[in-house]
Ligand binder design. Structure first.
Ligand SMILES: [Zn+2]
Length: 294
Protein backbone atom coordinates (compact mmCIF):
# COMPACT_ATOMS: atom_id res chain seq x y z
CA UNK A 1 0.00 0.00 0.00
CA UNK A 2 2.81 2.36 0.91
CA UNK A 3 4.64 1.41 -2.28
CA UNK A 4 1.63 2.16 -4.45
CA UNK A 5 1.26 5.54 -2.73
CA UNK A 6 4.82 6.45 -3.69
CA UNK A 7 4.37 5.02 -7.17
CA UNK A 8 1.41 7.28 -7.73
CA UNK A 9 2.95 10.28 -6.11
CA UNK A 10 6.46 9.97 -7.54
CA UNK A 11 6.08 7.98 -10.73
CA UNK A 12 9.19 9.55 -12.27
CA UNK A 13 11.40 8.31 -9.45
CA UNK A 14 10.04 4.84 -9.02
CA UNK A 15 8.85 3.89 -12.50
CA UNK A 16 11.47 5.37 -14.75
CA UNK A 17 14.20 2.81 -15.43
CA UNK A 18 16.97 5.15 -16.68
CA UNK A 19 18.54 7.94 -14.58
CA UNK A 20 17.11 11.44 -14.96
CA UNK A 21 20.21 13.11 -16.44
CA UNK A 22 19.06 16.76 -16.60
CA UNK A 23 18.02 16.59 -12.94
CA UNK A 24 21.32 14.99 -11.96
CA UNK A 25 23.24 17.72 -13.74
CA UNK A 26 21.23 20.35 -11.92
CA UNK A 27 21.94 18.75 -8.55
CA UNK A 28 25.60 18.37 -9.44
CA UNK A 29 25.90 22.05 -10.26
CA UNK A 30 24.25 22.93 -6.95
CA UNK A 31 26.76 20.73 -5.10
CA UNK A 32 29.67 22.32 -6.97
CA UNK A 33 28.30 25.77 -6.18
CA UNK A 34 28.02 24.94 -2.47
CA UNK A 35 31.61 23.72 -2.42
CA UNK A 36 32.77 27.10 -3.65
CA UNK A 37 30.56 29.22 -1.39
CA UNK A 38 33.24 29.64 1.32
CA UNK A 39 35.58 31.11 -1.32
CA UNK A 40 32.91 33.58 -2.38
CA UNK A 41 32.51 34.99 1.15
CA UNK A 42 34.71 38.05 1.53
CA UNK A 43 37.76 37.69 3.74
CA UNK A 44 39.51 40.56 5.51
CA UNK A 45 43.08 41.27 4.34
CA UNK A 46 44.18 40.43 7.89
CA UNK A 47 42.49 39.09 11.02
CA UNK A 48 44.87 40.93 13.32
CA UNK A 49 43.47 44.00 15.01
CA UNK A 50 47.01 45.38 15.10
CA UNK A 51 47.25 45.32 11.30
CA UNK A 52 43.77 46.08 10.00
CA UNK A 53 42.76 49.69 9.28
CA UNK A 54 39.61 51.29 10.67
CA UNK A 55 37.72 51.36 7.36
CA UNK A 56 38.16 47.66 6.69
CA UNK A 57 37.41 46.91 10.34
CA UNK A 58 34.06 48.67 9.93
CA UNK A 59 33.29 46.67 6.78
CA UNK A 60 33.70 43.39 8.64
CA UNK A 61 32.84 43.93 12.30
CA UNK A 62 30.15 43.17 13.33
CA UNK A 63 28.23 42.32 10.15
CA UNK A 64 30.57 39.59 8.93
CA UNK A 65 32.76 38.95 11.96
CA UNK A 66 31.42 39.12 15.50
CA UNK A 67 33.95 36.94 17.31
CA UNK A 68 37.32 38.05 18.72
CA UNK A 69 40.13 35.95 20.16
CA UNK A 70 42.08 37.61 22.97
CA UNK A 71 45.33 35.83 23.93
CA UNK A 72 46.48 36.55 27.49
CA UNK A 73 49.50 35.25 29.40
CA UNK A 74 52.39 36.56 31.46
CA UNK A 75 56.17 36.59 31.71
CA UNK A 76 57.61 33.97 34.01
CA UNK A 77 60.31 31.27 33.95
CA UNK A 78 59.61 28.00 32.13
CA UNK A 79 62.62 25.71 32.51
CA UNK A 80 64.55 25.70 29.24
CA UNK A 81 61.85 27.37 27.14
CA UNK A 82 60.99 31.10 26.79
CA UNK A 83 59.83 33.27 29.67
CA UNK A 84 56.99 34.38 27.40
CA UNK A 85 55.68 30.85 26.78
CA UNK A 86 52.32 31.76 28.34
CA UNK A 87 51.98 34.49 25.71
CA UNK A 88 53.42 32.60 22.74
CA UNK A 89 51.09 29.62 23.16
CA UNK A 90 47.70 31.37 23.07
CA UNK A 91 48.96 33.82 20.43
CA UNK A 92 49.89 30.96 18.08
CA UNK A 93 46.62 29.22 18.92
CA UNK A 94 44.67 32.33 17.94
CA UNK A 95 46.54 32.57 14.64
CA UNK A 96 45.77 28.91 13.90
CA UNK A 97 42.09 29.12 14.79
CA UNK A 98 40.95 32.56 13.63
CA UNK A 99 40.23 31.61 10.01
CA UNK A 100 38.08 28.57 10.80
CA UNK A 101 36.24 30.43 13.54
CA UNK A 102 35.83 33.56 11.39
CA UNK A 103 37.29 35.62 14.22
CA UNK A 104 39.50 38.65 14.61
CA UNK A 105 42.65 38.40 16.75
CA UNK A 106 43.19 41.01 19.46
CA UNK A 107 46.75 41.99 20.43
CA UNK A 108 48.11 39.69 23.13
CA UNK A 109 48.06 40.88 26.73
CA UNK A 110 51.63 39.89 27.56
CA UNK A 111 51.70 40.96 31.23
CA UNK A 112 49.74 39.02 33.81
CA UNK A 113 49.36 37.96 37.41
CA UNK A 114 52.51 35.94 38.00
CA UNK A 115 52.37 34.09 41.29
CA UNK A 116 54.97 31.93 42.97
CA UNK A 117 57.54 32.32 40.16
CA UNK A 118 57.82 36.09 40.12
CA UNK A 119 61.17 36.12 41.94
CA UNK A 120 62.88 34.54 38.89
CA UNK A 121 64.93 36.65 36.47
CA UNK A 122 62.87 38.26 33.73
CA UNK A 123 59.51 37.65 35.40
CA UNK A 124 56.90 40.37 35.73
CA UNK A 125 53.84 40.51 37.94
CA UNK A 126 50.83 42.78 37.62
CA UNK A 127 48.79 43.19 40.79
CA UNK A 128 45.45 41.40 40.89
CA UNK A 129 43.55 44.69 41.24
CA UNK A 130 45.27 46.28 38.26
CA UNK A 131 44.81 43.19 36.14
CA UNK A 132 41.13 42.92 36.97
CA UNK A 133 40.55 46.55 35.99
CA UNK A 134 42.71 46.39 32.87
CA UNK A 135 41.19 43.17 31.48
CA UNK A 136 37.77 44.61 32.25
CA UNK A 137 38.56 47.71 30.21
CA UNK A 138 39.78 45.58 27.31
CA UNK A 139 36.48 43.67 27.35
CA UNK A 140 34.54 46.94 27.44
CA UNK A 141 36.53 47.99 24.38
CA UNK A 142 35.62 44.74 22.59
CA UNK A 143 31.97 45.34 23.31
CA UNK A 144 32.22 48.97 22.17
CA UNK A 145 33.72 47.66 18.94
CA UNK A 146 30.60 45.50 18.56
CA UNK A 147 32.06 42.07 19.07
CA UNK A 148 29.46 39.63 20.38
CA UNK A 149 31.64 36.61 21.22
CA UNK A 150 34.77 37.37 23.23
CA UNK A 151 37.05 34.35 23.52
CA UNK A 152 39.86 34.73 26.04
CA UNK A 153 42.66 32.27 25.27
CA UNK A 154 44.52 32.12 28.56
CA UNK A 155 48.08 30.81 28.72
CA UNK A 156 48.72 31.28 32.46
CA UNK A 157 47.17 29.66 35.52
CA UNK A 158 47.01 30.53 39.21
CA UNK A 159 44.99 33.53 40.35
CA UNK A 160 44.84 34.91 36.80
CA UNK A 161 42.28 32.25 35.84
CA UNK A 162 39.97 33.22 38.69
CA UNK A 163 40.24 36.91 37.82
CA UNK A 164 39.39 36.26 34.17
CA UNK A 165 36.34 34.25 35.22
CA UNK A 166 35.22 36.98 37.62
CA UNK A 167 35.56 39.63 34.92
CA UNK A 168 33.64 37.42 32.45
CA UNK A 169 30.79 36.97 34.90
CA UNK A 170 30.65 40.68 35.78
CA UNK A 171 30.83 42.11 32.29
CA UNK A 172 28.93 39.57 30.20
CA UNK A 173 25.66 40.53 31.83
CA UNK A 174 26.41 44.24 32.00
CA UNK A 175 27.52 44.54 28.36
CA UNK A 176 25.32 41.76 26.94
CA UNK A 177 28.32 40.04 25.35
CA UNK A 178 29.20 36.36 25.51
CA UNK A 179 32.59 35.58 27.06
CA UNK A 180 34.43 32.27 27.03
CA UNK A 181 37.62 31.83 29.09
CA UNK A 182 39.81 28.92 27.98
CA UNK A 183 42.71 27.53 30.03
CA UNK A 184 44.18 25.58 27.16
CA UNK A 185 46.43 23.21 29.13
CA UNK A 186 43.41 22.00 31.13
CA UNK A 187 41.16 21.70 28.08
CA UNK A 188 43.93 19.67 26.40
CA UNK A 189 44.54 17.29 29.32
CA UNK A 190 43.35 14.26 27.30
CA UNK A 191 45.73 15.23 24.49
CA UNK A 192 48.60 15.37 26.98
CA UNK A 193 47.87 11.80 28.04
CA UNK A 194 47.36 10.72 24.41
CA UNK A 195 50.65 12.17 23.13
CA UNK A 196 52.92 11.60 26.15
CA UNK A 197 51.17 8.70 27.89
CA UNK A 198 51.19 10.62 31.19
CA UNK A 199 50.20 13.86 32.88
CA UNK A 200 51.90 17.22 32.19
CA UNK A 201 53.10 20.18 34.17
CA UNK A 202 53.97 23.84 34.16
CA UNK A 203 56.77 24.02 31.55
CA UNK A 204 56.41 20.23 31.49
CA UNK A 205 56.17 17.89 28.50
CA UNK A 206 52.88 19.50 27.36
CA UNK A 207 53.79 23.19 27.46
CA UNK A 208 57.33 22.57 26.26
CA UNK A 209 56.01 20.64 23.26
CA UNK A 210 53.43 23.26 22.34
CA UNK A 211 55.98 26.07 22.50
CA UNK A 212 58.63 23.99 20.71
CA UNK A 213 56.23 23.74 17.76
CA UNK A 214 56.04 27.55 17.63
CA UNK A 215 59.60 28.73 18.33
CA UNK A 216 61.94 25.73 17.95
CA UNK A 217 64.99 28.02 17.90
CA UNK A 218 64.27 29.24 21.42
CA UNK A 219 64.06 25.82 23.07
CA UNK A 220 67.30 24.93 24.89
CA UNK A 221 67.39 21.26 25.95
CA UNK A 222 71.11 21.69 26.72
CA UNK A 223 70.10 23.88 29.67
CA UNK A 224 67.65 21.33 31.02
CA UNK A 225 69.22 19.43 33.88
CA UNK A 226 66.35 17.10 34.74
CA UNK A 227 64.88 16.44 38.16
CA UNK A 228 66.95 19.08 39.96
CA UNK A 229 65.12 21.85 38.10
CA UNK A 230 61.73 20.15 38.41
CA UNK A 231 59.41 19.92 41.43
CA UNK A 232 56.03 18.18 41.74
CA UNK A 233 53.34 20.56 42.97
CA UNK A 234 52.36 19.89 46.60
CA UNK A 235 49.19 17.91 47.03
CA UNK A 236 46.63 19.99 48.93
CA UNK A 237 48.19 22.04 51.71
CA UNK A 238 51.01 19.62 52.48
CA UNK A 239 53.68 22.29 52.00
CA UNK A 240 54.13 25.79 50.64
CA UNK A 241 57.24 27.56 49.42
CA UNK A 242 57.75 31.02 48.06
CA UNK A 243 59.46 31.33 45.65
CA UNK A 244 58.47 27.97 44.21
CA UNK A 245 61.78 26.04 44.13
CA UNK A 246 61.66 25.11 40.40
CA UNK A 247 60.45 26.78 37.25
CA UNK A 248 59.09 23.41 36.08
CA UNK A 249 56.19 22.18 38.20
CA UNK A 250 54.72 18.72 37.73
CA UNK A 251 51.00 18.05 38.15
CA UNK A 252 51.88 14.56 39.40
CA UNK A 253 55.18 13.32 40.84
CA UNK A 254 57.25 11.34 38.37
CA UNK A 255 55.26 12.48 35.31
CA UNK A 256 55.43 15.39 32.89
CA UNK A 257 59.17 15.86 32.35
CA UNK A 258 59.90 17.71 29.08
CA UNK A 259 60.74 15.40 26.19
CA UNK A 260 61.93 17.99 23.59
CA UNK A 261 60.75 15.57 20.90
CA UNK A 262 60.04 17.27 17.58
CA UNK A 263 57.35 14.85 16.42
CA UNK A 264 55.54 14.96 19.76
CA UNK A 265 55.68 18.75 19.57
CA UNK A 266 53.96 18.81 16.18
CA UNK A 267 51.41 16.16 17.14
CA UNK A 268 50.55 17.92 20.38
CA UNK A 269 50.30 21.35 18.74
CA UNK A 270 47.78 20.03 16.22
CA UNK A 271 45.78 18.03 18.75
CA UNK A 272 45.48 20.97 21.16
CA UNK A 273 44.43 23.39 18.43
CA UNK A 274 41.79 21.00 17.13
CA UNK A 275 40.37 20.47 20.61
CA UNK A 276 40.32 24.15 21.56
CA UNK A 277 38.85 25.05 18.14
CA UNK A 278 35.99 22.60 18.48
CA UNK A 279 35.27 23.74 22.03
CA UNK A 280 34.94 27.34 20.83
CA UNK A 281 32.76 26.31 17.87
CA UNK A 282 30.53 24.28 20.12
CA UNK A 283 30.07 27.04 22.71
CA UNK A 284 29.32 29.70 20.09
CA UNK A 285 26.84 27.41 18.31
CA UNK A 286 25.03 26.79 21.59
CA UNK A 287 24.97 30.50 22.51
CA UNK A 288 23.36 31.09 19.11
CA UNK A 289 20.91 28.24 19.51
CA UNK A 290 19.86 29.53 22.91
CA UNK A 291 19.47 33.02 21.46
CA UNK A 292 21.46 34.65 24.25
CA UNK A 293 22.34 38.35 24.03
CA UNK A 294 21.44 38.52 20.34
ZN1 LIG B 1 53.40 28.56 31.24
Amino acid sequence: MLASYFLNRYPAITAKPSPNLPAMKKYLSIVVFLLYVPALIAQPTTREMNLINWMEFAEFVPDQINTVLLPVGTLEPHGAIPNGSDNLAPEAMAAELAGDLNAMIAPTLNYGVTGSLKAYPGAFAISEESYHMFVGDIIRGMSQNKFKNIIILNGHGGPQTAILQDVALELSEELRVRILVINWWSVASDDTFAVFGENGGHAGNNETAYVQAIVPDHIHPDRYTGANMTTPYPSGSTWYAYPFPSSIGLYEAGQGYPTFDEQQAMDYFEAVNARVGSLIEDVIAKWELAGLYE
